[in-house]
Design a binder for this molecule. Sequence first.
Ligand code: 5AD
Ligand code: SF4
Length: 494
Amino acid sequence: MEQEIDLDKIDLNAEPPIEEPDRQYYYMAKCREWVREFEQINGRVPTCCVTTFGCQMNARDSEKLTGILRRVGYEVTEDERADFVIFNTCTVRDNANQRVYGRLGELKNHKKRNPAMKIALCGCMMQEPSVIEKLCSSYRFVDLVFGTHNIFKLAELLWRCFQGQGMVVDIWEDTDQIVEDLPVERKYPFKSGVNIMFGCNNFCSYCIVPYVRGRERSREPGDILEEIRRLVSEGVVEVMLLGQNVNSYGRNLAEPITFAQLLREVEKIEGLRRIRFMTSHPKDLSDELIRVMKESEKICRHLHLPLQSGSTRILERMNRRYTKEQYLALAEKIRREIPDIAITTDIIVGFPGETPEDVEDTLDVIRRVKYDNAFTFVYSRRTGTPAAAMADQVPEDRVREGFDRVLKLVQDTARERVAGYQGREAEVLVEEVNIHDGGLLTGRMSNNTLVHFPGEPELVGRMVRVSLDQCQGFYYMGHMKTETQSPDKAGGIL
Ligand code: 5AD
Ligand code: SF4
């Protein structure tokens, strides 16, 4: 949460404070002086553009970056010809890295036309030493590079960038620090992500996240609840609690607390209508959590439960710490307890040593769980992970074949699941005016399915009841019944 600090009252002749976040407010004030000077010389405010690659965590980090830049005085734009452009990068699969290098080429051209332009890179990809080497040798036009652990330092790094000559590089290997109370600029006024923890301790053998995001650290429940209360007072009705493995939230706090207990506290916040969370690791999903979800008026009927593979043999090599049978039993229990719930998943095809029989196991789980949606990925070899060193990497053509079969089946089962809601009524949060048809609104159901229906733009950010008239594959066309004032789960409403 942003502190009510008046930047003009900060003494810029004093030494920078040692404590955070005071130190960053000091540098924000210094950068603002620079921005004012820019304005006087150029007759306009400088512009900035924050481009996000990757997951919801990164999206939230970008809101923090944008918050700091806005506070410094930049005008925020989506145009990458801005005076300050920052790419918040992802490295979970190699194609994410390749996209960043491609887009950097475009930025180089913009900089040729505007030599005063500053280019910054941050996020997961920057935590890889090979990336830093490549940037330092072949991408000298980049001005500022930092990682995942020090994004709170943007103002200080920006100041260094304004001062010096050449590339500023500041990468931390790990941290146990969580800096609270810095500015954040939300993309949507009515919904927001909320970090509840950072990092991951699971070390799935294919995954680079524990190396680039560091060890698991939970925020204090009091800080989380206070942030949500503040968001609600600003008009937020839906929060998404974010963590790489929310089910292990709170274990390492001085006063341990479970994720389910945290949810019970969040539920009590008056004015908050919906609670989502992401991501759950199947090995840590407790009966207590299922009970809390079942009893809740506000927790959305959606669970993202990454499967990765349906083969027990591959799961073991992936270090996922559950078997096919355990996963199936868990999914069945969840469906039994919370019948309307949508279960979605992530699946990797082509993990080292995967045979066509292993893919059959994955297909079997998809058939039985009947996912509402699934993200299917081709295995990507990430340097430094145990799986990258495994001898039996699968040839590309065989991966393709398995991938196509998995994709087709998840699409077929998802279509079938989504079609099952036809004719029912759902409570939706109206998220935007439809981009293709200005007469239509787009709303999101509790189970994450989208519905398009005729309505006035003033309803954006509100909860309305919609009847689901026509299923169009993965979304619905509908019409509005009424606006709803309070959580409503009665009488077959989805
Ligand atoms: N290759 C392919 N997919 C991966 N994921 C994570 N690491 C890799 C990798 N090396 C997928 C997992 C995870 C999602 C966020 O990204 O399915 O759940
Ligand atoms: Fe990666 Fe596994 Fe951690 Fe998810 S739980 S971020 S897949 S290591």
